[in-house]
Write a protein that binds this ligand. Structure first.
Ligand code: ATP
Ligand code: MG
Ligand code: MG
Ligand code: MG
Length: 560
């Protein structure tokens, strides 16, 4: 690319609506242009960096056995109604009608679409497991779009979905994606941490977020100073586990083996399965923890906000089980974790048991206790996690830092497959729901996160593998024919060697060119000036303040 022909503009001033470094620099370097709040256009330099990240993601996804497809961004409401999310999603979903007044949305995420594709195509265990993904534009009408493409209303996401025959398969698919994500963010040059998005559920992790350490991050993350432990603060603030007062009389201890499915839950309560068909976990405020809804959706939608009901402790169940049993939606905020899974259940259903709670013992619950008299703790209080507190794994002091969520992986269990009849036939001819996982990476947000970690007062300092161009070749005096010729020769040779290189052949002062190249963040600059007569050029790395004069022979090995 010749810079004299390149479509780009840089600016000296800080744009008035940009608050954080990455947003300011992306605007100043001309990578993005704004159309409306949270809606951006990518200029050539911006798009080139997107493609570089996409390729890293694509390579690692393919290496991990993923297969790329591409779905439409437009999704009919009927499909999303099947999972119950059409009404759950709320204002964040961009909705539209076609000419026949049929409802559609612009996909905020694609679980239903992928589940629909798989249920139509995959019929037997022989075709499982499978992992399919796409790199596609997503739409979310964010309440507060801000920080440029960090929180936009239209953004590029890589979303993958895995389908397995059982929970063990799901675990290994999840681990596979966990490993791939680590490779992806390492290759992006990011300082990041994979943290639990559950309440400290060591071992039984159902959801992991990939957090880039940054002051401007919108999430708070708990890190251990010593071991590998990390958790999203919101999730680390586990609910206080209720305790049965020791001096209280326990009326009845009931054996309740782990509840693994809606059927088992219904058996346990001798109730109608349909009543649990549309359920969710919901955190309306700091006190409301979780709710199970009855089957009648219309009547229930609003009621949940301040639900009252009987508390049941899922005891040793992990989040995935609770999700599978309750059908909690993806991204639910309930502080559900190992040993502290608490659900408020409709009073009428639980009446037969009076009041049930966890026995703090695996597979046992206690029936007929009185709330709150029989309890020492307060159900529904959040633990206030503070800096310096002991790490739940190793006991060293924890620190709390801010992070940008660039990726998020989930075990979905059978939440979608059961609701949408995404089944397969096993060796014995039995029909089972597939067990799913979903895995997202914010491609465009990752660009912003990289800039947050790679910049200085002069501009962006791209890691080489992400940079829109790796090398800039700059003749100091474009009008000097020798200089321009030598520059063009080096430029062509470097292109032939496979480098992504740009020639700054603009008829500008050298200082102006250097400023632009630093602002855009090109990692290597080769300047051709007066020393050309001695057979020397100047090599300057964006990461260093000094340049070196070297001969052309020395140049090529140096820039590898
Ligand atoms: P956040 O907590 O920041 O709102 P999320 O948890 O809603 O994100 P997910 O549903 O987990 O996001 O989506 C997967 C990934 O998509 C996120 O990890 C993030 O990198 C990216 N992402 C989500 N919302 C946006 C957005 N508004 N703009 C840019 N990227 C986004
Ligand atoms: Mg969000
Ligand atoms: Mg989030
Ligand atoms: Mg998320």
């Amino acid at each position: 690319m010749k810079m004299s022909k390149m479509f780009f503009t840089t600016m000296k001033e800080t744009p008035s609506d940009a608050e954080i470094t990455s947003h300011i620099l992306m605007m100043r370097a001309g990578l993005i242009k704004k159309t409306a709040s949270g809606i951006y256009n990518y200029m050539p330099l911006g798009l080139k960096t997107i493609k570089k990240i996409e390729n890293i993601v694509r390579e690692e996804m393919n290496r991990a056995g993923g297969q790329e497809i591409l779905c439409s961004a437009i999704i009919p409401s009927e499909l999303i109604e099947e999972s119950g999310r059409w009404s759950l999603y709320g204002d964040e979903m961009f909705r539209l009608k076609d000419r026949h007044s049929r409802d559609f949305c612009l996909g905020p995420t694609h679980e239903e679409v992928f589940t629909d594709i798989i249920r139509n195509e995959i019929k037997t265990y022989k075709q499982l497991p499978i992992n399919i993904y796409q790199i596609q534009t997503k739409y979310r009408d964010e309440r507060r779009p801000r920080f440029g493409i960090m929180r936009a209303r239209e953004f590029v996401m890589k979303d993958a979905y895995s389908f397995d025959r059982d929970f063990e398969g799901q675990d290994s698919s999840f681990q596979n994606m966990y490993d791939a994500y680590n490779k992806i963010f390492e290759r992006c040059g990011l300082e990041f941490k994979a943290v639990e998005a559950d309440s400290g559920a060591i071992g039984g992790v159902g959801s992991v977020e990939f957090m880039v350490k940054s002051e401007v991050g919108e999430d708070a993350v708990v890190f251990c100073s010593n071991c590998d432990y990390g958790a999203n603060l919101e999730k680390a603030q586990a609910i206080v586990q209720e305790h049965i007062g020791e001096d209280k009389k326990i009326i009845e201890k009931i054996h309740t083996p782990a509840i693994r499915s809606i059927e088992e839950l219904c058996d346990f309560f001798s109730c109608d399965g349909a009543k649990f068909a549309k359920t969710l976990i919901y955190k309306a405020d700091d006190k409301t923890v979780a709710v199970i809804l009855r089957g009648d959706r219309e009547a229930n939608e609003i009621k949940i906000k301040n639900a009252i009901g009987t508390v049941i402790d899922f005891d040793m169940a992990d989040e995935e089980t609770v999700k599978a049993v309750t059908g909690a939606p993806v991204g639910f905020a309930g502080p559900v974790g190992i040993k502290t899974d608490i659900l408020l259940i409709d009073q009428e259903i639980a009446n037969g048991f009076n009041f049930i709670t966890g026995a703090n013992e695996e597979d046992y619950h206690i029936a007929n206790v009185n709330y709150p008299e029989d309890f020492d703790g307060v159900v529904g209080d959040f633990r206030n996690v503070e800096e310096g507190e002991a790490c739940p794994v190793c006991g060293s002091p924890i620190t709390i830092a801010r992070g940008i969520e660039v990726g998020h992986i989930f075990k979905l269990g059978t939440r979608y497959s059961e609701a949408m009849n995404c089944n397969f036939t096993d060796e014995n001819g039995k029909i089972n729901p597939m067990v799913m996982g979903c895995y997202g990476i914010g491609i465009t947000r990752t660009i912003a996160a990289i800039i947050e970690q790679y910049n200085d007062e002069f501009g962006i300092k791209w890691p080489r593998q992400i940079a829109p161009f790796e090398i800039a070749v700059v003749p100091v005096m474009t009008k000097d024919e020798d200089q321009l010729k030598a520059a063009e020769k080096i430029y062509t040779q470097l292109m032939d060697l496979g480098y992504d290189v740009i020639l700054d052949d603009r008829n500008e002062r050298a200082g102006v060119k250097f400023k632009d190249i630093d602002l855009i963040g090109i990692p290597v600059r080769i300047t051709i000036g007066k020393k050309l007569k001695e057979g020397k050029v100047e090599l300057k790395l964006r990461t260093e303040s000094e340049s070196t004069d070297i001969t052309l022979d020395e140049l090529y090995p140096k820039i590898e």
